[in-house]
Design a protein around this ligand. Structure first.
Ligand code: NAD
Length: 339
């Protein structure tokens, strides 16, 4: 049987590496070959691919999705693209948006153009619920307008719409997955959950920005990856699928839960006033479509998932300790790090 050749962009990052490990792991689909294309920027980490490095059918290419030659040569020999590579996170996009526009918009366009040229079978675009903006009450269905508030989410919205436009204009089989906030092992310590955990594990108080009342909608990485696989294998061309688990928590509630799971004292978290809010008060995603059409059902309980995540960071210090200098958000973050 000829394998389905899948090009995974950004596959050395948090979500992409989880996806690559899942595809090539013991429960992955039969008959797939996976190439990871990754530039290895701040959050990209080859160690995330240790488990699959020697798997049959796996290969890694260090390269930039904005490089038309690299992209063209790779897309030409693959059947499907699952496109994770992106510049993130939101907070960094305050410092300057050029890199976000380049990678998230132009990089996506470079991939889509190559997909058209080579008659690619399927293009899965990994978007985010942040493209919707913020919602006071209720939850976003896929038909809601996109009202992104940060340069990051604006660049994600642009790439999301561009991908859908390639379907409508050129008939390319594009499917878009918009997922809520992920947590789990191998997440770069700059992100809120591993940031809290790694501060606690190194006995440092955790400064969290904002008043603690902003609500985010959490999902375990396993469930996100499961949703993407359903979209890749059973989704319809030109369709958008929201992915989420319905676990909405304010930052305060999340911090409280993590303290409980880590066995730490409440005083370890300090809320410091927002530098400037982008207005994203609440995220809430309606997942009726993927549930009814693709039988998606999140499997991971939030408290159990957080406990497992804490346990992974507790037992994998050699993975995250070398990353801390790169993960600093403020000059005095992790201030007691050895020089
Ligand atoms: P990440 O930063 O951990 O991974 C991104 C990867 O892309 C890194 O390995 C990086 O080296 C690579 N990359 C960056 N620029 C590149 C370029 N120009 N060329 C090639 N590779 C490049 O991010 P993540 O959290 O794994 O997110 C992956 C995707 O999932 C993103 O598109 C993001 O918008 C989406 N997503 C993430 C979440 C979440 O909570 N993490 C939720 C919904 C959607």
């Amino acid at each position: 049987m000829t394998p389905t050749r899948i090009l995974v962009t950004g596959g050395a990052g948090f979500v992409g590496s989880h996806y690559a490990r899942t595809l090539l792991g013991p429960c992955g689909p039969p008959g797939v070959a996976v190439t990871v294309l990754d530039k290895l920027t701040r959050a990209g980490n080859l160690a995330n691919l240790d488990d699959v490095r020697h798997a049959p059918g796996f290969s890694f290419v260090r390269g930039d999705i904005c490089d038309p030659d690299v992209v063209d040569a790779l897309v030409a020999v693959h059947d499907q693209v699952v496109h994770f590579a992106a510049d993130s996170p939101v907070d960094r996009s305050r410092l300057g948006s050029e890199g976000f526009i380049r990678t998230n918009v132009l990089g996506t366009q470079t991939l889509l153009d190559a997909a058209l040229r080579h008659g690619l079978h399927t293009f899965i675009h990994i978007s985010s619920v942040e493209v919707y903006g913020s919602i006071r009450a209720g939850s976003w269905p896929e038909t809601d307008p996109l009202r992104p508030n940060s340069p990051y989410s604006a660049s994600k919205a642009a790439s999301d719409l561009l991908a859908l436009a390639y379907h409508r204009t050129h008939g390319l089989d594009v499917r878009v997955a918009r997922c809520s906030n992920n947590y789990g092992h191998h997440q770069f310590p700059e992100q809120v959950i591993p940031r809290i955990i790694t501060h606690l594990l190194t006995d440092r108080p955790v400064p969290l920005h904002g008043n603690g009342l902003d609500v985010r909608d959490w999902i375990h990485i396993d469930d996100h990856v499961h949703g993407i696989e359903l979209v890749r294998t059973g989704g319809r061309p030109g369709e958008v699928y929201n992915i989420g688990a319905g676990d909405e928590l304010s930052q305060r509630e999340l911090a409280g839960l993590l303290l409980q799971v880590c066995g730490a004292d409440r005083g370890m978290i300090r809320f410091v006033e927002h530098r400037r809010s982008n207005g994203d008060r609440r995220y809430s995603v309606d997942t009726t479509k993927i549930q009814t059409e693709l039988a998606f059902a999140p499997r991971k309980d939030l408290v159990a998932g957080l406990a497992e995540t804490f346990d992974w960071y507790r037992t994998h210090r050699s993975w995250w300790e070398p990353l801390l200098p790169r993960a600093c958000q403020e000059p005095n973050d992790y201030e007691r790090l050895p020089s």
